[in-house]
Design a protein around this ligand. Structure first.
Ligand SMILES: Cc1cc2nc3c(=O)[nH]c(=O)nc-3n(C[C@H](O)[C@H](O)[C@H](O)COP(=O)(O)OP(=O)(O)OC[C@H]3O[C@@H](n4cnc5c(N)ncnc54)[C@H](O)[C@@H]3O)c2cc1C
Length: 497
């Protein structure tokens, strides 16, 4: 009797194990397959070539010149370089981390200035103003500010970018209730094409201030900046998963019911059968108490495998959404430091394959246009077989500082990451899709973001940025020799060399 009872237990235990193995096998196999095939296949460029984060822009240049780190030496040598470029009539482009994707740091056969070594910083603890050189990246700045209990006011969702590159695109992030980064700039020093240095602020050289912020390196070299910074915070997460149709109302109710939201974003479902029908909304609220110490980001390998696995198959997309939604109850009420949330590099999810690349898109849509824009996204993306890897939605307050503005009023930013083949066909397909999505944004009085591929037609650029013509006229006024150039200028400014 006892022996047959034991057998039953063994059979039951074996059966359970089998069920667990059957259930766990597909995800485990999928993730193991992704991990094994995730090799770094990125090519080394031939000497004399430069590219950007798109890996679609390899271009020959005369010289890539790294600025020295010491201020006086840097300024002297930059003047010499501009003189040399003038004598040889070479265009000059300016590069930070080169994460723009449309050749914004590249002028063919020109000189590229690499600003990254110019990265000193000092915090004025009396005024909470950070004095920082333009080659510094957010990763280093966060590490520095954390020691003083301070944090960056407005920046992108990753820490990999330089201050000069961030100011020149007028970046924004998921800091709630904040306009783009220009709002945090007190003043900046700019080296113009003739080598002279001017200070620009809301009181001094005001027009140049508004042109340089969001000016894509066309007005001069940003040397250093006085940046308003904010206290670091202890943040508690509230997270909910909801059908997209109710998302905005529920989000607004939650914001009204519990004020104090500091960082906010929503991530949308990208599984083809449920495309853009559900959202996970994450609201981080400031809370009294000890701020967790700044550490290196964790679970990088696991998060990378989950993400990269979602690029290659619908099963991977389902698995990632499943993991994110299952994790959601565990994360609710978790506590983070503001600096920790900002301290994530782009490397975690970066595409390293030889055959494909990941391209960002971003559209700014006023509240009343969201439903129509989402409806169009649901139609356009599948129609073009767009391989959408990620969509986050953030809120951006009105920009009152820059000339070439993308947020005239309050906007919701739809940040979308697509994977595409690195082929002419892949590029053509992406161009056609991008133009349709831009039309959808324009139809609801929205706009698109400029640091990515230059797929918009000139007409679309002019409708999205009606001040664009005057922006380029002012560029030629401040830089009559057209010394500062790049592909963005050639494409929309209509005046390359
Ligand atoms: C994975 C990823 C995530 C992103 N997320 C966000 C986001 O959340 N929010 C957002 O707003 N943007 C985002 N972006 C876009 C990003 O903000 C821009 O591409 C930004 O320019 C990157 O900074 P960078 O240092 O790489 O600039 P670069 O690409 O090196 O340069 C960008 C522009 O700035 C000019 N420039 C650089 N340094 C100087 C200087 N010292 N003086 C004058 N001009 C200069 C260049 O000439 C160029 O026109 C993202 C991009 C990627 C690839």
């Amino acid at each position: 009797m006892r022996r047959s009872g034991q057998w039953r237990w063994w059979i039951l235990a074996g059966g359970c194990l089998l069920v667990v193995i059957i259930l766990a096998a597909p995800p485990a196999l999928h993730m193991a397959g992704t991990w094994l095939s995730d090799r770094d296949e990125r090519e080394v460029l031939p000497a004399g070539f430069i590219d950007d984060a798109s890996r679609m822009n390899a271009t020959p240049v005369q010289e890539i010149w790294a600025v020295p780190g010491a201020r006086d030496e840097a300024e002297h040598q930059l003047v010499d370089l501009l003189r040399r470029a003038d004598q040889r009539n070479l265009p000059v482009s300016i590069a930070g981390k080169r994460h723009s994707m449309g050749g914004h740091v590249i002028a063919e056969d020109g000189i590229v200035i690499d600003m990254l070594p110019f990265d000193g910083m000092e915090l004025d603890e009396e005024t909470d103003i950070l004095h920082v050189q333009s080659g510094a990246t957010w990763g280093r700045i966060i590490e520095y500010l954390d020691r003083y209990g301070m944090s960056v006011g407005v920046m992108q969702s990753n820490n990999s970018f330089s201050v000069g590159g961030s100011l020149s695109v007028n970046c924004h992030g998921w800091q709630y209730g904040r306009p783009p980064i220009a709002s945090t700039v007190r003043s900046l020093r700019l080296m113009r094409a003739d080598g002279s240095i001017v200070t620009c602020s809301r009181e001094e050289n005001t027009e140049l201030f508004s042109l340089v912020l969001g000016g894509y390196g066309l007005f001069g070299i940003i040397l250093d900046v006085q940046l308003d910074v904010v206290p670091n915070e202890r943040l508690q997460l509230e997270q909910f998963q909801i059908p997209i149709d109710n998302a905005l109302e529920q989000f607004e109710q939650s914001i009204d019911a519990h004020p104090g939201a500091s960082m906010v974003y929503a991530r949308l479902n990208i599984i083809p059968d449920e495309f853009l029908e559900e959202a996970i909304v994450s609201i981080f609220r400031a809370q009294e108490g000890e701020i967790p110490a700044l550490t290196d980001p964790d679970m990088i390998a696991l998060r990378r495998v989950l993400f990269r696995g979602s690029a290659e198959s619908n099963y991977g997309k389902e698995l990632r959404w499943e993991a994110e939604t299952k994790l959601q109850p565990l994360l609710s009420s978790a506590v983070f430091s503001r600096n920790q949330l900002l301290n994530e590099g782009v490397e975690t999810f970066q595409n390293r394959s030889a055959s494909s690349t990941d391209i960002l898109h971003e559209y700014f849509v006023p509240r009343d246009g969201i439903v129509a824009f989402l409806g169009e996204l649901r139609r356009i993306v599948p129609l073009h077989d767009g391989n959408l890897l990620n969509v986050t939605v953030r809120s951006v307050d009105a920009d009152e500082d820059t000339f070439l503005r993308y947020a005239d009023g309050h906007m919701f930013a739809f940040v979308m990451l697509f994977q595409q083949p690195r082929t002419n066909e892949g590029e053509e397909a992406m161009r056609a899709m991008t133009r349709e999505i831009i039309e959808a944004a324009l139809a609801v009085d929205g706009c698109y973001y400029l640091p990515y591929r230059l797929h918009a037609t000139t007409d679309q650029f002019q409708r999205a940025y009606p001040m664009g013509g005057e922006f380029f006229d002012r560029k030629r006024y401040y830089d009559p020799g057209n010394r500062f150039q790049n592909r963005f200028y050639e494409h929309y400014g209509g005046r390359g060399r």
